[in-house]
Design a protein around this ligand. Structure first.
Ligand code: NAD
Length: 376
C-alpha cells in the first residue's frame, strides 16, 4: 500500500520557539503578514509581543482578532476582506483550533474566492493559498499539522468538514509555553480531543504504517500527562508532552482519518453548543465500547500504548484489555469533570425533532465510514 503523507514543511518545536517567527516569515518570503488571533491573545499581550518583535522586519502588520470559538462562515468575512484589501501575502494564526481553522478558511477564500460551502467534503481542497504559520495556544486539535478545517454553515447549522492538501499550514511553531495560561476546562476538553484523535486515527480503516506510528507516539505522551497538565498548570513536563502529543495526534488523523466519535460529535457540538473536545469526550467511551468488535486486536493495542496492559497478546486476553480501556476512558472523564450528555441537557426528547438532520450531517462528513464497526 502506498499512502500520501502531508506535513507542514517547517516546524519549530520547544519552549520559546515563537522567537523564531521572523526567520520563518523570511524563509517563506512573507513580507505583508496578517495575524489571525483569538481575542484572548490580545488580552494576554501575545499579539503585541509579535507585532513589536517583527517591527524591524515588517512595519505594516495587519491584525484580525475577532476569531469566533468554533467559527462559522460569517465570522471570517471581515478577515477575508482585510487580507484582500491589504494584499497580505501570508497569515500568522495564533490561538486554538478556532483561530487556526479560521486562518485556513481565510487564506483559501482570500486567494480563490467562493464560499466555504463550495469546499466541503467530498471535494478535495488541493489549491494552494497564501501560506499560514500556525501557532497553537491549546494542546488539542492538532490543526497546525492537519489538512482539515471545520467551519459551521450559519444557514444550515452544519459543522462543515473541509479537507485537502491545500489546507495544510506551510509552517508550525509548537511552543508549549503559550499553553500555560489555558484554563482547566479548556485544557481538559482540548487534551481529551487530542486523545480521541490518536485513538480514532489508530483504529481507523484508513490507518497506515505512518499514521500508526504518530498515533502510538501521541497515545504514549498523552496518557500519562493529560490529568497532570490539566490539574497542575505549572507542570512544564506535562504541558510540553501534551503539546507534542496533540500535534502528533493531528498528524496521525490527518494522514489517516477520524471516525465515528467525530462524525457524531460535530452535530452534537453545533446543535447543543457543546465544546468540540468535550463532545468527543462524552462519546469516546460509548463509541469505543460499541466499536471494539470491529477491530479487537487494534483496540487491545490501544490499551497497551495507553499503558494499561503488557504487550498485547503476551498475557491476558483481548477482553481484559478492552475492559481496561473502557474503564480508563470513563475514569478520565470522571477525573476531568466531563459532564454526561444528560447533565448537559442532551436528552432524547431534546433531539427528537432534529435527529434526522444530525444523522445526515454525521454521515455527510464521511467520518463514520472509517470506523472499525460501521453503524447500519
Ligand atoms: P478554541 O480555539 O475554540 O479555544 C477554546 C477557548 O480557549 C477559547 O475561549 C479561547 O479564547 C481559549 N484559549 C485558547 N488558547 C488559550 C490560552 N493560551 N490561554 C487562555 N485561553 C486560551 O478551542 P480548540 O479546542 O483549540 O479548537 C476548537 C475548534 O477546532 C473547533 O471548531 C473544532 O471543530 C476545530 N477542530 C479542528 C481540527 C482540525 O484539524 N482543523 C481538529 C479538531 C478540532
Amino acid at each position: 500500500m502506498t499512502v500520501d503523507i502531508h506535513l507542514p514543511s517547517i516546524m519549530k518545536v520547544g519552549g520559546g520557539a515563537i522567537s523564531q517567527l521572523q526567520d520563518m516569515l523570511a524563509t517563506l518570503g512573507v513580507k505583508r503578514p496578517c495575524i489571525i488571533a483569538d481575542p484572548i491573545m490580545v488580552t494576554l499581550g501575545k499579539v503585541e509581543n509579535i507585532t513589536s518583535s517583527l517591527s524591524a522586519y515588517a512595519n505594516d502588520i495587519q491584525v484580525f482578532s475577532d476569531v469566533m470559538p468554533e467559527p462559522d462562515d460569517r465570522s471570517i468575512d471581515g478577515a477575508v476582506a482585510l487580507v484582500k484589501q491589504q494584499q497580505c501575502d501570508g497569515l500568522i494564526a495564533l490561538g486554538g483550533g478556532s483561530a487556526i481553522d479560521s486562518a485556513k478558511a481565510i487564506a483559501l477564500l482570500a486567494t480563490h474566492g467562493g464560499h466555504m460551502r463550495d469546499y466541503k467534503v467530498p471535494r478535495v481542497v488541493s489549491e494552494q493559498s497564501i501560506p499560514i504559520i500556525a501557532i497553537p495556544t491549546t494542546a488539542g486539535t492538532g490543526s497546525e499539522c492537519t489538512r482539515v478545517t471545520v467551519i459551521s454553515d450559519s444557514q444550515s447549522a452544519e459543522k462543515m468538514l473541509c479537507m485537502g492538501p491545500g489546507l495544510m499550514p506551510k509552517a508550525a511553531i509548537l511552543d508549549y509555553e503559550l499553553t500555560l495560561s489555558v484554563p482547566y476546562r479548556v485544557a481538559a476538553d482540548t487534551g481529551l480531543d487530542a486523545l480521541t484523535h490518536a485513538i480514532e486515527a489508530y483504529v481507523s480503516r484508513k490507518s497506515n504504517p505512518f499514521s500508526d506510528q504518530q498515533a502510538i507516539a501521541a497515545m504514549r505522551l498523552i496518557a500519562p500527562h493529560l490529568i497532570a497538565a490539566c490539574k497542575n498548570p505549572d507542570d512544564i513536563k506535562a504541558k510540553e508532552a501534551m503539546m507534542l502529543g496533540a500535534s502528533l495526534a493531528g498528524l496521525a488523523f490527518s494522514n489517516a482519518s477520524v471516525a465515528l466519535v467525530h462524525g457524531m460529535s460535530r452535530p452534537l457540538g453545533v446543535h447543543f453548543h457543546v465544546p468540540h473536545g468535550m463532545s468527543n469526550a462524552m462519546l469516546l467511551p460509548l463509541v469505543t465500547a460499541y466499536s471494539l468488535s470491529g477491530s479487537p486486536s487494534k483496540y487491545a493495542e490501544v490499551a497497551h500504548h495507553l499503558g494499561l496492559t503488557c504487550e498485547p497478546g503476551s498475557t491476558g486476553t483481548h477482553e481484559d484489555a478492552h475492559e481496561k480501556l473502557i474503564d480508563f476512558l470513563h475514569h478520565l472523564n470522571r477525573e476531568l469533570d466531563v459532564p454526561t450528555m444528560s447533565s448537559f441537557g442532551i436528552e432524547k426528547a431534546s433531539y427528537d425533532n432534529i435527529i434526522e438532520l444530525m444523522a445526515s450531517q454525521a454521515l455527510a462528513s464521511g467520518s463514520p465510514a472509517n470506523n472499525p464497526k460501521v453503524p447500519k
